[in-house]
Structure formats: C-alpha cells, structure tokens
Ligand binder design. Sequence first.
Ligand code: NI
Length: 171
Amino acid sequence: MVYPIVKFGNPVLEREAADVAEFDTPELHQFLADMFESMYAAKGVGLAAPQIGVGKKIAVIDTSNGEKPEEKLVLINPQIVKVEGKQEGEEGCLSIPGFREQVRRPKRVTVRAQDATGLEFEKTGEDLLARAFVHETDHLYGRLYILHISALKRDLMKRKIKKLQRAGEWD
Ligand code: NI
C-alpha cells in the first residue's frame, strides 16, 4: 500500500527513530514493499520510515527511480562510517515539498547497515547515492537537510511553510 508522506512540522520527523531488532518477518518484508511503493508513488529516490509516520530505523533508496531493480537498497539501522570529498548540489525532501536548496555533501559516503534478513553490509556510494545515504540516515536520527543550509534560508523556508499551514495547504 501507498502511505501518505508526513510533512515538516510533524514531530516524528525530528526525533531519533528506534533500532530494528526483528528481521526477516512477513511484517518487515511487507513494510519494505510498502516503503518502495510509497517512494515510487511520491517520485522520490529515497524514503525513511519516519516520513510515513513510523519511528523505526529503516530507509529505502533507489537512485534509478525504479528503472533498475538491482539498485533498490534497503538500509536498516544504518550508520555512516566514512565520508570523503565534497559535492555541491540541489537537494529536496518529500517531507518538505516545493522547496529545494543547495546543500554541500560529501562526494563519497560509506554506510554500514543491515538488510531485511539482518545481515550487516557496507556499501560505498558516490554523487547522488552518497547524498541519499547521508540524507536518509540523517532522517533516522531526526535530522532534516535544512540543518545543512544557512539559518537565514532556513528561517525564510519555515516562514513560508507557516503561511502554507495557515492557508490549510500544508498538513
Ligand atoms: Ni528527506
């Protein structure tokens, strides 16, 4: 099923999610399938469980937008273990629709995580994949990309969002 995406302002997005302790259950496999379905429906390249209101350390990524099944990635209890270099680029978030900002991120990122069966693995990504690794792992610790933009831009964005909330266009 496709879950609605939780928007900025909902506290679930700004608290650390809980570690996952149970693996390879039918519930987890169904939840992961639902996360991919929800991500594709929202046209995202990454989705973290808190973004559908579930406070668990689970994220899915597919930088091919569903074009290449082998690029589907599940990150459970992820940790960033290595970062190298820098990249500049626009970044957005499904939970902050309509906004995009320049965000400096590492060029190359290694994440350590568990898969759906609990098996631990490490994977290194570059460019967009590196950006997705840090963006989605941040989500699971209650951190949004707007923490990486200037306070001025962040305040402006928050004011615009408040206006949308008052107009009933942001729930
Ligand atoms: Ni996001």
